[in-house]
Design a protein around this ligand. Structure first.
Ligand SMILES: [Zn+2]
Ligand SMILES: [Zn+2]
Length: 373
């Protein structure tokens, strides 16, 4: 995204001194203008993205302040921005987005799907430490919310609805077609009333009779301790507002757990590598290993081999379901010294002699032996 190169105020068509309310109003007006059903321009989608990008910055106090000062918003400092998930480029196609924003009637959708708000998907990334403890994370969500202007009724004067003249209140229309197989009857949702069976006498200007408007607000996600990478949290009723006060969809939060510097997770167990010197491995020692919540004392028995696993019970991740914690499994990595001082070489030589080791024949020695033998 070309953040920083655009004049966000110009994109929304507001003054630099515009109030929050003015910015919100301008965003809604512009978002409606870019609707592809209304706007046939080839760049409608691009403009819609720009409008959302501009609103994302200007509706957030700290981002707007940064933008005003520096003319750009550093994505690393735009709190939570990386967590929003690119709902425009990610799992949500533009078609989906427009139909949720404007109640567009893609053919084939069931009546229920049309009136009920859609589920929304977002992704957050947390650290392994946060996964172990649990964390409350605030995220910004662009979504449809109930229209305050009309109390989500969609009607400007409260006159309510009347039976749809096109479908007689059925919400669907039957049409007969003569085909080579005979007369086929097809049932399709009524377009005039969005398959609700009712039409609004005088639609609300703010929401065009939808009973819901685009908005951006903050939602706090409670991530439970023990959550694993890829787990999903379903927040009921926190998705898109329904059509004219119908039930809202859910907000589905996918949790990504960032890889840890030292610890590798497998289920509720954690794995760590523990470098050991030759003497530590041979003689045994007591070591501190960095665990998920502080150092963990590990007793290294004498004669530990490379790859030996030492298990510290209960020092792993908390279990999401059930109780208790997994284990910390420490992998002994015995390191052979690459450089030795003269003294160290002598000591190791003496050690070798105590094992009764003879110096091994080198390939050159064996060649000489073969030539002379
Ligand atoms: Zn309204
Ligand atoms: Zn109808």
């Amino acid at each position: 995204m070309s953040a920083g190169t655009k004049d966000y105020y110009a994109v929304l068509g507001v003054e630099r001194t515009a109030s929050e309310a003015e910015i919100k109003k301008a965003f809604r007006r512009k978002a409606r203008e870019c609707h592809p059903d209304v706007c046939n321009d080839h760049d409608a989608e691009e403009r819609f993205k720009s409008v959302n990008e501009a609103y994302d910055v200007l509706s957030d106090h700290s981002k707007r302040e940064m933008y005003d000062r520096f003319g750009t918003v550093d994505p690393r400092m735009a709190g939570g921005a990386q967590d929003i998930g690119d709902i425009f480029g990610g799992g949500f196609g533009m078609d989906d987005l427009f139909s949720v924003f404007f109640g567009g009637m893609a053919g084939g959708a069931s009546r229920r799907a049309r009136t009920q708000g859609r589920d929304m998907a977002v992704q957050i990334t947390i650290t392994l430490e946060e996964a172990a403890e649990g964390v409350a994370r605030e995220i910004a969500v662009n979504r449809l919310v109930p229209c305050e202007e009309c109390g989500a009724s969609g009607s400007s004067d409260g006159s309510g609805t009347s039976e749809c003249p096109d479908c007689g209140g059925a919400g669907q229309r039957r049409t007969q077609q003569r085909t080579f197989l005979g007369v086929m009857q097809t049932v399709s949702p009524c377009e005039r009333c969005s398959a609700t069976g009712h039409v609004i006498e005088s639609p609300c200007v703010e929401c065009s009779g939808q009973g819901r408007v685009p908005d951006r607000d903050h939602v706090t996600v409670e991530v439970p301790a023990g959550v694993d990478d890829g787990n999903q949290i379903r927040m009921r009723g926190m998705g898109e507002a329904g059509f004219r006060g119908a039930a809202a969809g859910d907000l589905i939060v996918t949790v990504r757990v960032a890889p840890h510097e030292f610890l590798h997770r497998e289920g509720s167990d954690l794995h760590a590598r523990m470098p050991l010197t030759v003497t530590e491995a041979a003689l045994g020692t007591e070591m501190e290993v960095p665990g998920i919540d502080g150092d963990v004392a590990v007793a290294v028995p004498a004669g530990t081999q490379f790859g030996d696993q030492l298990r510290v019970r209960g020092a792993g991740m908390p279990r999401l379901r059930g109780s208790g914690r997994g284990d910390l499994i420490v992998h002994a990595a015995v390191e052979i010294p690459r450089k030795l001082t003269k003294e160290q070489r002598e000591i190791l030589g003496q050690l070798a002699a105590t094992f009764g080791e003879e110096p091994r024949a080198t390939p050159l020695d064996r060649l000489k032996e073969w030539l002379t033998g």
